[in-house]
Design a protein. Sequence first.
Length: 128
Amino acid sequence: MKKGILIILALVILGGVGAYFYVFHKPHRDPSTEKATYQLSAEALADPFINNQAAANEKYIDKVVEVSGVVLEVEGTRIILDNAVSCTAANEETFAQIAEGDEVKVKGRVIGFDDLFEEVKMDNCIKL
């Protein structure tokens, strides 16, 4: 009887340790290597969030998208496209060759919408 309980306890502990390593030590997602789910302009991405944020969240949040637009601001690792999308890169070299006024296409993961500035926020962006 005690031997069976010890075996079950050992299996539960091993299962817990296995689940821990599976959940907390898996590789991070890299949106730059993923295929874009949607390809659209910066304004076309922002409009659904302004008009119906709940539906837009369901459709775009945590998805990889390609966005094109005119760069209005370059600030280190962040650029703003058409006053509608804010793209953040992992490092400053990603946007080093971009200047204000350039027409660019970027790919990244949509992480949310800023109600105050009415901008879609994207991270892990790369220039295409």
